[in-house]
Design a protein around this ligand. Structure first.
Ligand SMILES: [Zn+2]
Length: 151
């Protein structure tokens, strides 16, 4: 960190000095040119880093969107077979072998998909339930009527 700061300041001073030496002949103009070139370098570097940060943000957002699109297609929660058993959510594709790299142990982990079949249960229709309820209610009323007539 300190090394890179010293290196940056050294480059800044060196470029300013070279520019001032080549352009000026007197000491007063040398100082003016040196300061102007130094400020100009700082401004240009600041603009350059902001542009790079902006481009990096755009690329990162594009990458994240693409990742989300891929993950939303098919995904599965898996557990690494290593001792720490780190869990991960990975995209699953049915047209190729699936594997991922464990973030803890760094090994490639193959994922084998096991399929099971089940009988689908029928969900009762509300209108059908209402009809059954009405039938049961009428039968109960008939039973009540027959009891009353007996008594
Ligand atoms: Zn692992």
């Amino acid at each position: 960190m300190i090394k890179s700061v010293i290196k940056s300041i050294s480059i800044l001073v060196l470029i300013s000095s070279i520019a001032a030496f080549t352009i000026t002949s007197t000491l007063l103009t040398f100082i003016k040119v040196w300061l102007s070139v130094t400020v100009l370098q700082i401004i240009v570097y600041s603009i350059y880093t902001k542009i790079i940060a902006y481009l990096y943000t755009i690329e990162t957002n594009k990458f994240n969107l693409a990742k989300i699109e891929e993950y939303s297609k098919q995904g599965l929660n898996v557990t690494c077979p290593c001792p720490k058993a780190l869990k991960a959510f990975i995209p699953i594709r049915l047209d190729q072998n699936n594997y991922y790299k464990c973030l803890d142990c760094g090994k490639n982990v193959a994922v084998q998909i096991d399929l099971k079949t089940f009988n689908q249960t029928d969900i009762l229709d509300d209108s059908q339930m209402q009809i059954e309820f009405e039938k049961a209610k009428k039968e109960l009323e008939k039973l009540d009527d027959t009891k009353r007539t007996r008594i």
